[in-house]
Write a protein that binds this ligand. Structure first.
Ligand code: C2E
Ligand code: MG
Ligand code: MG
Length: 749
């Protein structure tokens, strides 16, 4: 028990009760934050009382205070010694003047010299006593008042302490005071527990006696490696309070902890916050995860990607990649097997991603951290954070392609949904998650365009093409309403008569900036933006109207071929459209022929058979376009009611080159085989892309009846086609070309 700065011995310090001994200017007072009286012995009580009184009396210690009362007596004694000295001097002076002026009195006094001295001493003593008495009385009075005031303060302190103790005892939150523990050199070596309240004991799960007076590392060794301990050290270092949630212990309970720096320690208050923390985490989980698959959602992904991009900018050689996945035929599963099956497929996809993308997995070790996320629908994204080269990303992409080639077992059936993957790599150039996501999406788009079930790595050239394509998409939306579409008609010649037997209606788009855009370019775009339905309908109407016009001019007896997309076949209104057009214009249904490529009718053969049969029943003809370039599947010919085969122009072109170089030409053999097959199946044959006279001879030799191509005529505008029909024999590129073997494509072009 020390009265000086080391006052803490034997007294327990508490938090924040500056009410004790406040308003006093003592350094000691600053160290006393609170006192728990009931923990002191009686002797300590007395000492404490003395201390408080001493402090009140203006001294740092009771010792000094004891002497303080004697100070004034000392002054008084000094003063009286001075008075006596002055008196002695005065006596000497007075003595000599009496001797000179009052010799009688001098003689009288000289006979008893002690009397004079006594007189002076008595006078001085009386004066001195008076002063001493006065000052002693004053001293008494002031000490009593001070003692009284000190007593009052002590009472006040006790009262405050009782209140404080009451609060601590009844507090539901834990309160703990830690003292910094230092070595001899003053370096921080740990924290000593100075106080713990009952709630604190309960929350920590240890009684007070196992805590108070102990070092934190002894009492709660599990905290030493914990973030909380690091924060305690930080508080001492920076002298700033910290309030945080910490997850502590094996059960993973959460505690809200407030830590406030004290002069030589830390006051800690804490609450069990597990419930609200778990609720909050649950809410956060909901906000950051996809409900169906449990994978992180777009919001979570964007945050992860953003922080990954930051890391890449800071750390040279640290790259990241985004793999944008889209699942082919997912829509089909939804449409044919129902949404529940679709959901099962998505859950299955998420499970495969989780299984195959674990951090530290054999094949992902080089790919850093993997984060699969679901953006919505069948769109999934995998973030690879911390790759070293693009090859790391490609390895993952290849692995995923293989993984998704395997069928999923859904609702008792095997469903295969392959993945298309677009990849964008960040070498530090991307600023925002949205940008890299957009580029990965662009690459995905190309992957799908290129035939799905593949990956494509994004590059800038691709981006430019994509922007161009997006512009075309936007322009195409308005092409119809802005009258930019038109029809041309390519003659199909009867090789026996040398006259046009019919035409193929071909669509043209005159773009306001780019001029003529090939249908080979814009038809797939129209299909992808769902504009083909409207455009296709318009084509059918135009073609029927053209036939009607020709009919009204008396130009009958020829057919008109119309190209159709696969998507149009799924239009439930298609058959009705043809029916109503035929009826409306009073057309001969047989003069209308629909051209479909093999790829348009592959897959879903049963449906196609049904739909084509409906059209066939109307009397409309059906031609299989570009035969030989697709699957050339006999089951298409076998199952579907086609009546015409169109031999693709690549065969004719090859045959022409072979003839020119006098080589034996396999293409001619193919053409012969196809025509024979057609003959056996009683199908008409049209050879496409005739560019030279020799080809005609070959076709005639193979008894191929019809042919079209630029050798005869390029596609004609409606008026030109009308003219050709009116005067077939007069058409320049028609019969004359057939008659003149020297004419070839170049001359016509
Ligand atoms: P396709 O149905 O095979 O049409 C024949 C294409 O070959 C036409 O190209 C035609 O101009 C071209 N061609 C004909 N003879 C020759 C030749 O001797 N040499 C060369 N180099 N080409 C020749 P076009 O008009 O550019 O059409 C391309 C494709 O676009 C068509 O191929 C067809 O698949 C599609 N298409 C055209 N119009 C429509 C339409 O209205 N609807 C749909 N769905 N597709 C259409
Ligand atoms: Mg065609
Ligand atoms: Mg064709």
């Amino acid at each position: 028990f020390q009265a000086e700065d080391g006052i803490r011995d034997g007294i327990v310090r508490l938090v924040g009760s500056e009410m004790c001994i406040r308003d006093r200017q003592h350094t000691v007072a600053e160290h006393i934050h609170g006192l728990r009286f009931e923990r002191l012995t009686t002797e300590q009580h007395h000492k404490l009382e003395e201390l408080v009184i001493a402090l009140s009396a203006g001294s740092r210690s009771p010792m000094k205070a004891g002497y303080a009362g004697f100070g004034k007596v000392g002054v008084a004694m000094l003063a009286s010694a001075g008075v006596m000295f002055v008196a002695a001097v005065c006596w000497g002076v007075m003595n000599s003047s009496i001797q000179a002026q009052l010799p009688g009195l001098y003689n009288a006094l000289s006979s008893v010299p002690e009397l004079g001295a006594l007189l002076v001493i008595a006078a001085g003593g009386c004066g001195l006593l008076g002063i001493a008495q006065r000052s002693a009385a004053e001293q008494d009075l002031s000490d009593t008042r001070r003692r009284h005031r000190a007593q009052l303060e002590l009472d006040e302190v006790r009262q405050s302490q009782n209140t404080l103790n009451g609060i601590l005892e009844s507090s539901l939150g834990g309160v703990c005071v830690l003292d910094t523990h230092r070595d001899e050199a003053g370096a921080l070596t740990g924290f000593q527990i100075q106080l713990i309240n009952p709630a604190g004991e309960q929350l920590i799960g240890k009684p007070e006696k196992e805590l108070v007076g102990k070092l934190l590392q002894e009492a709660l060794p599990q905290l030493i490696e914990h973030e909380l301990y690091r924060d305690l050290l930080l508080i001492v270092k920076e002298d700033k309070p910290i309030q945080k949630n910490y997850q502590v212990g094996e059960e993973g309970r959460w505690y809200l902890v407030a830590m406030v720096p004290l002069a030589d320690g830390i006051a800690v208050t804490f609450l069990d916050n597990t419930e609200s923390q778990r609720n909050r985490q649950q809410l956060k989980h909901i906000a950051y995860h996809d409900e169906l698959t449990g994978l992180p959602n777009r919001k979570a992904l964007i945050e992860h990607v953003d922080s990954s991009l930051k890391r890449c900018r800071r750390t040279p050689g640290h790259y990241s990649a985004l793999l944008f996945l889209d699942f082919d035929r997912f829509k089909n599963v939804n449409d044919t097997l129902g949404h529940e099956a679709g959901d099962q497929l998505l859950i299955g996809i998420a499970a495969r991603l989780n299984e195959n993308l674990r951090d530290g997995d054999m094949f992902t070790t080089n790919a850093g951290a993997c984060l699969p996320a679901r953006l919505g629908g069948d769109e999934f994204v995998v973030l690879l954070d911390g790759i070293h080269s693009k090859e790391d990303a490609l390895i993952v992409a290849r692995r995923l392609l293989a993984v998704f080639k395997e069928p999923h077992r859904i609702a008792g059936t095997d469903v295969t949904s392959t993945a298309s993957i677009g990849i964008a790599i960040n070498h530090g150039e991307y600023e925002q998650a949205e940008d890299i996501l957009r580029d990965a999406d662009s690459a995905l788009y190309i992957a799908k365009q290129n035939g799905k079930a593949r990956y494509v790595l994004f590059d800038q050239d691709m981006q430019d093409k994509l922007i161009e394509r997006i512009r075309l998409e936007q322009d195409l939306q308005q092409a119809l309403s802005q009258d930019q579409l038109s029809m041309v008609y390519e003659p199909i010649m009867d090789l026996q008569t040398g006259k046009p037997a019919g035409f193929e209606a071909l669509l043209r788009w005159t773009h306001p900036v780019h001029g003529e855009v090939s249908p080979a370019v814009f038809i797939p775009i129209a299909e992808s933006i769902n504009a083909i339905g409207e455009i296709g309908r318009w084509v059918i109407e135009q073609a029927c109207q053209q036939l009607a016009d020709w009919k009204s001019m008396g130009l009958n007896g020829h057919f008109l071929n119309i190209n159709l997309s696969r998507i149009q076949l799924y239009d439930a209104d298609l058959v009705h459209l043809f029916e109503s057009q035929i009826k409306h214009y009073g057309l001969n249904a047989e003069s209308l022929r629909i051209e479909l490529t093999e790829t348009a009718v592959m897959n879903d053969l049963d449906f196609m058979a049904e739909r084509l049969t409906q059209l066939k029943i109307l009397g409309v003809g059906l031609a299989l376009d570009d035969f030989g370039t697709g699957y050339s599947s006999l089951s298409v010919l076998h199952k579907l009611p086609f009546d015409t085969l169109k031999i693709d122009r690549t065969f004719l072109e090859d045959a022409r080159i072979a003839m020119m170089t006098d080589k034996t030409h396999r293409s001619s053999a193919f053409i012969a085989t196809i025509t024979q097959l057609a003959e056996h199946l009683r199908l008409n044959v049209i050879a496409e892309g005739i560019t030279a006279h020799q080809q005609i001879a070959t076709l005639q030799a193979l008894s191929c009846q019809y042919a079209q191509g630029w050798y005869f005529s390029k596609p004609l505008h409606p008026e030109q086609a009308t003219q050709m029909l009116k005067n077939p024999t007069q058409h320049p590129a028609c019969l004359s070309a057939m008659l003149d073997p020297e004419t070839d494509i170049d001359a016509i072009a």
